[in-house]
Write a protein that binds this ligand. Structure first.
Ligand code: AGP
Length: 614
């Protein structure tokens, strides 16, 4: 996912912009660039890391107090200097940075070429900046009016920051489908712009999250002006964001991912207690009351999400159906939005998303809302698009998750769906208050249970060392641990690039067992009490074919430890609460394998932290 930074004010812009780009590195990128407005527009662009860009900037250029910057995750065109942002119009007056995709860029490019425009790169962004120039030239408009006109004909998703050297005291910012936040100061002499709060928060906690189709003019000494793309004035809300920056650093850990794995006792506790009454442990979700009627009487809950969040959705399906007896369907958002699904006004469509910005999940939500469903989101980012567009949001309180591989956000998502399932079960008289209380009390022990697992990290690391040359893994689980097998497989493949496949253990005999041999290790999540004997049988089937086995077992296990080559022990908890516990050794295992392989654990190749494009 690309990252945008902008600054207009009184300080040296280049320092603020580069520092901001570094804070956005976690989003994943392959080139970076900066444009500052001195007497002319000065542009610096480099493929690779921000440090390459920083070294290329002429820091002798003094007293330049406005600029825009960008980290690019290549969609159209290779990660080269020509394709890196910022992009400049043919006349050299307009420069912009873009996060998103202009879907009709080929059509616009043909028109521009006919009218004599030329292009250095292959990006849709370079087309957009020249399309703005074309409109400005033909209609003699101000930069903000030319931008509005251009966007009326540009289809797709964008977050944009734009400078026109003919109007050197202005920056134009706008968004549609890609997030953009503006940081305000009391004096209106400075404005900060970024794709999310993290690069802004050290300067100001007063943020405005733009809505789709809003165009903002930032001018030193003026209150910011917000209109839609047709010029209709819009109001805006300033949010005070309390984001503790020193938590957004690696601390003593080698990688953000490792830090975030070890933060889980605290983040699970934060998330649980944010939805529990501290006196009597009653579950409460802010403004759920308005929706309670609909949730309790829902004919169906459809969960839409992607990747790791989709795995949290499957855990949610087992919990909600078991405790609340509401039919649940879990859908890949990318499939759901295009298969013409049947949605009624009695449906609850729930999006689970760490970023709250994933394009496919957001589109599935919008489609469902348009069909009359009640929409609900579980998000980790305040002010994210999903949180602002849903009828109801239950936040996870995992704090900023920087590692591309999601860990603490996943366990926080599972904590929220656990509480939700219990609350719905109570409201629908499917479980007694006593059952609910015992589940809540056990949930409150999970942070310390997870903490106990960290004592086995050295052992997990030793086991991981045996598998750095392995080329493929099978992950098996049953029942509520089946999604944990899927999650363990995803963690391994996305950071170590080793092929791994999660499967329901009982499905082995319907195909995968044909693959079993010495070179194909099988990871078996064997902590369920209910299916334990069947899982032992699955392990014996694998062992009979010389397949190596790594098993996640309860610390009092007696049988699986006789069969498996390596075991990861976790404290025993009720089956329904096993997922949060069973996933932790698999997070650590994938982390150590990836580190031994020398992979970029926090920014795995080709991946972005939040996929805000299709
Ligand atoms: C998980 O480790 C991956 N980073 C990815 O699958 C992620 O879960 C997916 O892109 C969904 O992101 P979201 O939770 O922000 O919507």
């Amino acid at each position: 996912m690309c990252g945008i930074i902008g600054y207009i004010g009184t300080k040296q812009a280049s320092n603020i912009l580069v520092k901001g780009l570094k804070k956005l590195e976690y989003r994943g990128y392959d080139s970076a660039g900066i444009a500052i407005l001195d007497k002319d527009i000065l542009i610096y662009k480099q493929p690779g890391k921000v440090i390459n860009l920083e070294e290329s900037i002429d820091h002798q250029v003094e007293n330049v107090t406005m600029g825009i910057a960008h980290t690019r995750w290549a969609t159209h065109g290779e990660p080269t200097v020509d394709n890196a942002h910022p992009h400049t119009s043919n006349n050299g007056d307009i420069v912009l940075v873009h996060n998103g995709i202009i879907e009709n860029y080929k059509f616009l490019k043909d028109e521009l070429i006919e009218k004599g425009f030329s292009f250095e790169g292959q990006t849709d962004t370079e087309v957009l900046v020249n399309y703005i120039q074309l409109i400005q030239d033909e209609q003699g408009l101000s930069i903000e009016d030319a931008v509005k006109k251009a966007l009326q004909n540009a289809n797709g998703a964008y977050a944009l920051a734009i400078i026109d050297k003919k109007e050197p005291n202005k920056m134009i910012v706008t968004r549609k489908g890609s997030p953009l936040a503006i940081g305000l100061t009391d004096s209106n002499d400075e404005f900060y712009v970024a794709s999310d709060a993290i690069p802004i928060i050290e300067y100001t906690q007063s943020l405005v999250y733009l809505n789709d189709n809003e165009v903002v003019v930032l001018e030193r000494g003026q209150k910011m002006k917000v209109t839609d793309i047709y010029g209709v004035e819009k109001s805006y809300k300033v949010k005070k964001i309390d984001l503790n920056l020193d938590k957004v650093s690696k601390g003593d850990y080698e990688h953000y991912m490792l830090k975030e794995i070890f933060e889980q006792p605290a983040t699970i506790k934060n998330t649980l207690y944010s939805h529990l009454n501290h006196e009597n442990s009653d579950i409460h979700f802010e403004n759920l009351d308005e929706l309670k009627e609909k949730l309790v009487n829902a004919s169906r809950i459809i969960i839409v999400s992607c990747g790791t969040s989709w795995h949290a959705g499957i855990v949610g399906e087992y919990l909600i159906e078991e405790l609340a007896r509401i039919p649940v369907e879990v859908e890949y958002a990318s499939e759901f939005r295009y298969r013409n699904p049947i949605i009624t006004k009695d449906d609850i469509v729930m999006a689970i998303s760490q970023s709250g910005e994933t394009a496919d999940t957001l589109a599935a939500l919008r489609y469902s809302k348009a069909q009359g469903a009640t929409t609900f989101s579980i998000c980790n980012v305040f002010g994210s698009s999903m949180a602002r567009e849903c009828d109801f949001t239950a936040y996870t309180y995992a704090g900023a998750e920087i590692g591309v591989a999601s860990t603490k956000a996943f366990t926080a998502q599972v904590a929220v769906v656990s509480l939700l399932a219990i609350q719905l079960g109570l409201e629908r008289n499917q479980i007694t208050q006593e059952k609910a209380n015992s589940l809540v009390e056990e949930l409150k022990t999970i942070p310390s249970v997870v903490n106990q697992i960290f004592a086995t990290d050295d052992h997990i690391k030793k086991v991981a060392k045996n598998y750095t040359e392995t080329t493929s893994f099978l992950f098996l689980g049953r029942g509520i641990n089946f999604p944990i097998a899927l999650e363990g497989a995803l963690k391994l493949k996305e950071i170590s690039y080793i092929h791994a496949e999660g499967y329901p253990a009982a499905e082995m005999k319907h195909g995968p067992i044909a693959m079993i041999e010495e070179s194909l290790p099988t990871v078996i999540v064997a902590t369920n009490n209910e299916y334990y004997d069947k899982l032992v049988s699955n392990a014996q089937e694998v062992k009979a074919r010389k397949g190596p086995i790594v098993a996640v077992v309860n610390d009092d296990d007696t049988e699986m430890i006789q069969i498996a080559d390596h075991v990861f022990k976790v404290p025993r908890v009720s089956d329904l609460l096993q997922p949060i516990v069973s996933v932790v050794p698999l997070q650590l295992f994938s982390y150590h394998v990836a580190v031994f392989k020398g992979c970029n654990v926090d920014q795995p190749r080709n991946l972005a932290k939040s996929v805000t494009v299709e």
